[in-house]
Design a protein around this ligand. Structure first.
Ligand code: CP3
Length: 368
């Protein structure tokens, strides 16, 4: 298997920087749109293990990326809790039964994991489909939303710029938010455990909305629940030793030193922090980083895409003194700072990957 992604998660020596892109299977790819049309809708696609596997592999086939990520969504958990998920064309997610009353929160339960069987089936199907000539092509990443980010959608009932209703509840009835988080901690832990059992070789927590919180609230309502999920998962020795956990709080770069103590093996970064500063803050903590090109760069000029990639590698190269026995490029997984935009020209992704391969090689050779 091309295991450069897993090696990077473990901060091992690498010959080349592993690459994958958040939302790598999505609407910017014509082949994705074809399969989605065949399925009928995004949710029908996600709920069909065969087709979900097909789209998971599309960006691997097209670009030779170094990791596959389960094709699904973070909102499968609240859907299985009975909140009634739908996606309106061009409008994003919507819940029929958001958590708007004390009673609905008191009645909230960890979902029956059989309701999520289609996700675990997709994981096993993808593992099968990743096999080629008796070898697995690349590792498979499973994922979940963070307890806080799920709570945001569950209370708000839809996406939002500021999650006003959720934050209002946080400041009016923190006890109710805590009840939701408690159920989400249990649900996310069980969900990820079953993904791992079905074949996920690393798991990522997507905390898209942690960055909406004040510093102390982030630590209490976003980071602490994620830490608890990680602690529970890692009670299992096999998971602790063999299944890397990636944690990504969008807008969370100011809390890197706290995130480093979460038990996660890899920290995802958005584009607001330079990789030099990230490494400086992490000091000699051997924790890997993933990121962090602004995805909108890919809508720009190819010359600027190449320049931005070179900049990113130069930022890393500046951290040479931190781990003298390794290349300053080790412990880094290339990714975008958030999901790829649906308006990305696929040929710009080709250009991006080419540029990363060139810079990764150039810097490694220079460091020999
Ligand atoms: O990374 C991957 O390729 C794996 C698949 C994946 C999807 N969603 C597929 C998807 C992953 C990891 C997610 C996570 C997810 N979903 C997050 C966390 C990461 C982030 O982006 O912040 C969030 C917040 C969601 C919730 C969600 N799902 C929203 C807000 C939307 C609508 C936004 C949009 O782009 O329209 C979705 C839909 C969705 N999830 C799509 C895809 C490919 C587009 C749906 C379509 O095909 O119509």
């Amino acid at each position: 298997m091309n295991d450069s992604f897993l090696r990077a998660c473990r901060f091992e020596k690498l010959d080349a920087t592993p690459i994958w892109l958040m939302r790598q299977a999505g609407r910017y790819l014509p082949e994705y749109n074809k399969t989605r049309a065949k399925a009928g809708s995004f949710l029908q696609l996600a709920k069909n293990p065969q087709l979900a596997s097909e789209v998971t592999l599309q960006p691997i086939d097209r670009y030779g990326l170094d990791a596959a990520i389960l094709f699904s969504d973070i909102l499968t958990i609240p859907d299985a809790m009975g909140l009634g998920l739908s996606f309106e064309q061009g409008e994003g997610p919507r819940f029929k039964n958001p958590l708007r009353t004390e009673k609905s929160i008191k009645d909230l339960r960890v979902p029956d994991m059989n309701q999520l069987r289609y996700v675990f089936d997709a994981v096993s199907q993808i593992r099968k489909d990743l096999m080629q000539n008796g070898k697995q092509r690349v590792p498979l990443i499973g994922f979940s939303g963070s307890p806080w980010t799920l709570a945001c959608y569950m209370v708000e009932g839809a996406g939002s710029k500021d999650f006003l209703d959720t934050k209002t509840m946080l400041y009016k009835r923190p006890d109710l938010i805590k009840q939701i988080l408690d159920i989400n901690i249990q649900s996310v832990t069980e969900y990820l455990r079953l993904q791992i059992e079905s074949g996920a070789q690393a798991v990522m927590l997507f905390d898209t909305w942690g960055g909406l919180l004040s510093s102390s609230d982030y630590l209490e309502y976003s980071l602490a629940p994620m830490k608890e999920v990680i602690r529970r998962l890692q009670e299992d020795r096999v998971i602790k030793d063999q299944v890397p956990i990636l944690l990504f709080s969008k807008g969370g770069a100011i809390w890197l030193t706290e995130m480093a103590k979460s038990g996660a093996n890899v920290l995802g970064l958005d584009w607001t922090i330079s990789l030099t500063r990230a490494r400086e803050q992490l000091g000699n903590h051997k924790i890997s980083i993933q990121g962090n090109l602004d995805p909108i760069t890919l809508l720009g000029d190819q010359k600027i895409i190449k320049k931005k990639v070179a900049e990113l590698f130069n930022e890393l190269a500046l951290t040479k003194s931190i781990c003298p026995e390794l290349s300053p490029l080790d412990g880094h997984i290339f990714n975008l700072g958030h999901g790829i935009s649906q308006f990305t020209p696929p040929e710009n992704v080709e250009c991006l990957i080419q540029a990363i391969r060139v810079e990764s090689k150039r810097h490694r050779e220079a460091n020999l």
